[in-house]
Ligand binder design. Structure first.
Ligand SMILES: *Cc1c(COP(=O)(O)O)cnc(C)c1O
Length: 397
């Protein structure tokens, strides 16, 4: 018999009832060190006092009003993001998928309104993940996500990951936009080299192609900068944000330049919930805390400490781990054994990690993870690797 909840998830046999910083507490009271943070969502850890306060204060005033009316909390967050980034304007969504949908619509509308309605083709990359809507799966195009769901939305060209010559060859007079994650998350913590992002920016500018960054996972301080593309010193025309920006409250956004957004006039797009007072009040507090330069410096310091420890684990457990990947607190361990075995062995040692493609184990802790918890994380991952080595030894004749 089918479960009451649609069985689309491979669930771990764990359920949590409470969270405190980098820790999750299970039904039986046992504590798990959370290195997944809701897949880069709980950017400030669980139950951060300032976020609890902000949410509670707003909940007592006003939860929701329609976008028919002005929403001051939304104006405030939009102004913060405009001040902090390349963007001139922001649209709020409830998720990354919805941000991807708008980014696609905005890019096509742009060329349509500029007298080039034939420019509809959007270039994306192998290993990409942009969400689960029909448009977002067509955009990413992986067999696993699209199989059985056709006919797919047309108009996407899938290229090998960050192959500059292939991109150059693929841009034609039909090309609308390029969508790329500066650091792929689901794809296995793969960072586009700075030179490559610069080259892509030049190529897009020269051909009038819109450059869209998907920073749903790598944005909001995860890389040690507010947005990962800042490391390369380039800016996109459009950017998708979600996950960390709500700190656990569902919130996403599309940021754009005035020119890129020029087709999106009144009535061309909308959302019932997107940018409601509760979400934006929390989002503004998250943004205020993360955008603080001292906070971002601390992320980089924690990242250096964590990374150094992970390099040590690779050196001491070469039959389990092969290499460290990533930037900031968006880290990955390329595994020798199946990454899902490492995730499972982690449950026994009460440390939570997330699998990604390319046999990579993702480590996406809260950005404010205390140094003691990093030490604890490394010691638990060391124990996990030893357990797996023990299992390997037991199998040898
Ligand atoms: C998670 C993710 C999305 C989709 O976000 P949802 O909130 O799950 O819809 C899109 N792009 C990237 C890079 C992501 O990591």
């Amino acid at each position: 018999m089918i479960s009451a909840v649609l069985p689309t998830y491979n669930r771990a046999p764990l359920a949590f009832v409470r969270g405190e910083g980098s820790w999750l507490v299970a039904e039986d009271g046992s504590r798990y060190l959370d290195l997944g943070a809701g897949i880069a969502v709980n950017a400030l850890g669980h139950a951060h006092p300032a976020l609890v306060q902000t949410l509670t204060d707003q909940a007592q005033k006003l939860w929701h009003v329609s976008n028919i009316y002005r929403i001051p909390e939304q104006d405030r967050l939009a102004e913060m993001l405009v001040d902090l980034t390349f963007a001139d304007t922001v649209f709020f969504t409830n998720s990354g998928t919805e941000a991807a949908e708008l980014a696609i619509k905005m890019a096509r509308k742009y060329h349509n309104d500029k007298g080039a309605p034939h420019r509809t083709q959007i270039i994306t990359f192998e290993g990409a993940f942009h969400g689960r809507s029909t448009g977002a799966i067509a955009a990413a195009g992986s067999e696993k996500m699209v199989k059985g769901f056709g006919p797919l939305m047309p108009g996407f060209t899938h290229l090998a990951w960050a192959d500059h010559d292939a991109i150059r060859a693929a841009i034609t007079d039909q090309t609308c936009a390029v969508i790329i994650e500066p650091i792929q998350g689901e794809g296995g913590i793969r960072q586009v080299p700075d030179q490559c992002l610069k080259g892509l920016r030049d190529l897009c500018s020269a051909t009038g192609t819109l450059l869209i960054f998907d920073e749903v996972q790598c944005g909001m301080g995860r890389s040690g900068k507010l947005f990962a593309h800042e490391w390369a010193g380039v800016t996109p025309d459009i950017m998708m944000v979600a996950k960390g920006i709500g700190g656990g409250f569902p919130l996403g956004a599309v940021l754009a330049t005035e020119d890129a957004a020029s087709g999106m006039t009144a009535g061309t797009h909308g959302s019932t919930y997107g940018g409601n007072p509760l979400a934006c009040a929390v989002g503004a507090k998250v943004t205020e805390l993360i955008a603080d330069p001292d906070f971002l410096d601390a992320v980089s310091a924690k990242a250096a400490r964590f990374r150094q420890g992970l390099e040590g684990l690779v050196a001491s457990h070469p039959s389990v781990f092969q290499a460290v990947r990533g930037t900031g607190l968006m880290l990955g361990l390329k595994c020798v054994v199946p990454n899902t075995d490492v995730v499972k062995a982690g449950y026994s040692r009460h440390v939570l990690t997330v699998a990604a493609a390319d046999n990579v184990l993702r480590l996406l802790p809260a950005l404010n993870i205390p140094d003691d918890d990093i030490t604890e994380a490394l010691s638990r991952l060391d124990a996990v690797a030893s357990d797996l080595e023990g299992a390997q030894a037991a199998l040898r004749p």
